[in-house]
Write a protein that binds this ligand. Structure first.
Ligand code: ARG
Ligand code: ZN
Length: 881
């Protein structure tokens, strides 16, 4: 485990290295407990300039066996090696020399899953961000670009397959049963993109002909016997390759492109050049084992990693502060891809729900940081929703401000100008300034300033003057270490909506720049006056979620109701209904807190019924509209004094009111959507399943609900329907005979399929109520559970702590105590996964006082533990600060 030095890395301290490593040759003799790594590095003085600077290479837990320069072994006095650093005080004066390093590592005892490790007998690597230094000493920073040649040698029976980055150049077998392969990657790359895979894997082959007619050989490697589960991923890969050519003019550049699925992986996947490595959860799928959400994730992540080939690999990051340069941009690209492959309207709503669920609480709590941070202690803790999702929103806003053609011209210039470089956010913004002639200095605050901006809006209409006025005021709440905020440039898309949903025209506007349906907010206050407005409009704001902000609008409920039925912008229409639901739920929460039974107006339930049955709307859209704000969504909107039990009570009461008011129409719709015909994973079919399953969710609250859900479960012909029914049974009818039988049946059916059993763990970890903590403890003893496997830990412990509001935040504090113990237990093996788990308490200050105090005790228990990793210490200390 990496020791916590307490060192804080600062953006302003960046300086280029004194040395470069233009060429790297690696030789691996693989063995589970003692892998020999020989690195031959061509080291150059930057610019050929003589310097007296020592050569200092990064390491992490390494054992050095030998070091030589230009073929001569160094005497012990000529270097200083610790597990974490190799220093050569006086390297040769020549402009270039060859450094040979020999290290020994033990992949089989690497449980942190960084560097070279073993996953189910497969050797694999994860080097981003700083895992390469666990393999050999190196200048392990993204601005050191090197051309790699990699030779791998292993016993053929243990590792018949030997893969690395680039193109295969040579292979051979020895008489003793060993064999080798050599790979060469002609594109200079940073060390974090290095990868190696070796083991016995099954292959799914494919091919792709690029724009210019080059043939690329595609391979997806999976656990032998699971090849047929990789078909969807292969198809998604081909569609991604095509899309990047069409949408961005980006062609693939090597002769081969390989993807490997492994079962122990810290994150989702990794874009290593020509050799992407994936969490198997994001590769393997068929209708029997994967839900529609799994299919959509696979498509998005395959695309994401593939798109990194240009945004990340060909153009990489100068330093880790620039992480959003590749991540925010690549998320934006994968979002656009999914929008084109599926339904743009539905995709946008889902993106915003995700942003609000994950990024807003981050931005509004103790872990807030700018999209481009200026400080970090442990970079792994900055692979966040802010860097990824808000980073994507910032790119989207650039496109909104410049328009699609100028945006594309800017992207073209970015690829042309920076190909082969390690770039910065300033470089990225500059290309858009150059192609548009605009000054983006104020806009750049979106990268530099943390916090979610808020716009307060009120409106008035003067019928005599035919004038409509919007009063808009911006504010950015303070965030840790940034108490004073500067005014931002917020592109606010809007529409004035008249009777029947028709857009209302105006003749002139003053008080702000308004272009193509976007009001450009740049000052603290704008009084935006539209003249020539012939009727009183309802105003639709932040259409398409043009900016990642919160809105406080003084708008009548009638206007919201009107927009929820008539807004021509599908996002804003969904938003209007969602806002109505949220407002009602907050009122109900207060009634429950006051000991009252919450009451609801019939209007809202009626509207829900109309949306459910509106054939003009896509089923997927209707399903999203009907899915109530989550308990966490409601808590975020309330902001403080959170009592999760009262939120739960309010939400269940509203669900029941909607179900009761629409019983007949919901039943008819539900029956009409019955699953028929062969399964296809496309968006339209998935949308029908989603609508049917949300209807089941409502109907399950009515008498005979458990029986209905049980029938749904037993007659399901795909995992989407089966998992939906199991969730309804386990969450709404916990303890019922039907729930017990379904859970037992599911376990028996999928015993031996770890990825499917993750769903079984997840569903049980989410059962509402304070008793679930004991169940989770018990499930940790289940033979399929393993605390060393990140997917198991996330399904059981992660779901409990981040998605079960009434279980985790039980008033007795048992959930928190269990959490503290378990985080510390996970940390012993895998600090990165433990640190990620620990963020579940980031909103502890918004809890009511009793829970707040108990949550704080749990955080202190973690903070006071001995020998904390840098990863976990960083998260807990910032959370408590
Ligand atoms: N670059 C990967 C991606 O596509 C994420 C890898 C993060 N891994 C880590 N250990 N921090 O998003
Ligand atoms: Zn990425």
């Amino acid at each position: 485990m990496r020791t916590d030095t307490g060192h804080v890395f600062k953006l302003e301290d960046y300086r280029p290295s004194d040395y470069l490593i233009p060429k790297t040759s690696l030789d691996f003799r693989l063995s589970p407990d003692a892998t020999r790594v020989t690195a031959l590095l061509t080291v150059e003085r930057r610019g050929g300039v003589a310097t007296s600077a020592p050569l200092v290479l990064d390491g992490d837990g390494l054992t050095l066996l030998g070091v030589a320069i230009d073929g001569h072994a160094l005497a012990p006095a000529d270097y200083l090696a610790t597990p974490d650093q190799l220093t050569i005080p006086k390297p040769p004066a020549a402009p270039r020399f060859e450094l040979r390093l020999e290290t020994e590592i033990a992949p089989s005892s690497n449980e942190a899953l960084m560097g070279l490790y073993r996953s189910s007998n497969v050797y694999c690597t994860q080097c981003e961000a700083e895992g390469f230094r666990r393999i050999t000493y190196f200048l392990d920073r993204p601005d050191i670009l090197s051309v790699y040649t990699v030779r791998i040698e292993a016993p053929h029976n243990e590792a018949p397959l030997l893969l690395s980055n680039g193109n295969p150049v040579e292979s051979g077998v020895f008489a003793d049963g060993r064999h080798f392969a050599v790979w060469h990657d002609p594109f200079p790359k940073p060390s974090y993109l290095f990868a190696l895979v070796a083991g016995a894997l099954g292959k799914v082959a494919g091919s792709f002909t690029t724009l210019s007619g080059r043939e690329v050989e595609l391979g997806i490697f999976v656990e032998p016997g699971k090849e047929r589960l990789a078909g969807y991923a292969m198809d998604a890969l081909k569609r991604s390759m095509k899309w990047d050519e069409e949408a961005f003019g980006r062609e693939y550049d090597l002769d081969v492109f390989n993807i490997v699925a492994v079962s122990d992986f810290n994150m989702g996947a990794m874009e290593n050049k020509g050799l992407n490595i994936f969490n198997d959860k994001y590769v393997l799928a068929d209708e029997e084992t994967a839900t529609d959400a799994d299919f959509a994730n696979i498509e998005a992540i395959i695309a994401h990693e593939y798109f990194h080939n240009w945004t990340g690999n060909r153009i990489t990051c100068r330093d880790w502060f620039q992480l959003c340069l590749k991540e925010g941009l690549t998320v934006y690209r994968d979002h656009e891809f999914s929008a084109d492959q599926r339904s743009r309207a539905v995709k946008r709503i889902a993106e915003v729900r995700t942003l609000r669920a994950h990024q807003f609480p981050e931005d509004q709590g103790p872990l807030a940081h700018p999209v481009r941070p200026r400080r970090y202690r442990e970079i792994n803790n900055f692979y966040t929703a802010t860097v990824y999702e808000k980073g994507s929103e910032v790119v989207r806003m650039i496109r909104t401000i410049l328009g699609p053609e100028v945006f594309r011209a800017g992207m073209d210039l970015y690829f042309e100008r920076h190909d082969g470089e390690a770039a910065t956010i300033e470089d990225f913004l500059k290309v858009f300034e150059d192609v548009s002639g605009r000054d983006l200095a104020q806009f750049a605050l979106w990268y530099h300033q943390a916090g979610t901006p808020n716009l307060t809006v009120s409106s008035s209409y003067n019928a005599a003057a035919k004038a409509f006025t919007l009063e808009i005021e911006q504010s950015v709440p303070p965030t840790p270490s940034e108490s004073r905020k500067r005014l931002m440039h917020i592109p606010l898309a809007f529409g004035l909506v008249g009777a029947g949903g028709k857009p209302i025209a105006w003749t002139t506007v003053e008080g702000a720049t308004v272009e193509d349906g976007v009001i450009h907010i740049r000052k603290r206050r704008h009084t935006v006056r539209f003249s020539g407005v012939s009727e009183r409009p309802s105003v639709s704001l932040n259409r398409g979620f043009s900016a990642p902000i919160t809105l406080s609008v003084q708008q009548k409920a009638d206007d919201q109701l009107f927009l929820a039925s008539h807004d021509s912008d599908s996002f804003a229409r969904w938003q209007a209904f969602n806002t109505l639901l949220t407002d009602v739920l907050i009122a109900a929460f207060r009634q429950v807190l006051g000991g009252k039974q919450p009451a609801f107006t019939v209007k809202l339930a009626e509207l829900a019924g109309r949306i459910a049955g509106d054939e003009a709307l896509e089923p997927a859209y209707r399903a999203l509209a009907l899915s109530l704000p989550s308990e966490a969504d409601i808590a975020r909107e309330i902001g403080k004094g959170i009592d999760p039990d009262a939120i739960f009570g309010a939400r269940e009461a509203l669900a029941l009111a909607i179900a009761a008011a629409n019983r007949e129409s919901f039943e008819a719709l539900y029956l009409g959507l019955a699953d028929n015909g062969p399964f296809t994973p496309d968006a339209a079919s998935a949308g029908r399943r989603a609508l049917r399953n949300i209807l089941l969710d409502y109907l399950s609250l009515l008498p005979e609900g458990a029986a209905l859900a049980a029938t749904h479960f037993h007659s399901a012909t795909n995992m989407t329907d089966r998992a939906a029914a199991l969730t309804v049974l386990a969450h709404r009818h916990a303890g019922s005979r039907q729930a017990q039988e379904a859970l037992a049946g599911f376990e028996a059916r999928y015993r031996g399929d770890a990825l499917v059993l993750d769903k079984w763990f997840l569903i049980q970890a989410g059962v509402p109520g304070p008793q679930t903590v004991d169940k989770v403890r018990a499930l940790m003893q289940h033979p399929a559970f393993s605390i060393a496997n990140p997917n198991r830990v996330r399904s059981l412990i992660g779901t409990f702590s981040s998605a079960n509001q009434t279980g985790f935040h039980g008033a007795d504090g048992q959930g928190y105590r269990f959490f503290a113990e378990t985080v510390l237990e996970v940390e012993k093996r895998n600090p990165q996964v433990a640190a990620r788990l620990a963020t579940a308490l980031r909103s502890w200050r918004s809890l009511e006082p009793v829970r707040q105090d108990k949550a704080r005790q749990a955080l202190l228990q973690i903070a006071n533990a001995e020998n904390l990793s840098a990863d976990l210490r960083d998260i807990v200390e910032r959370t408590l600060a």
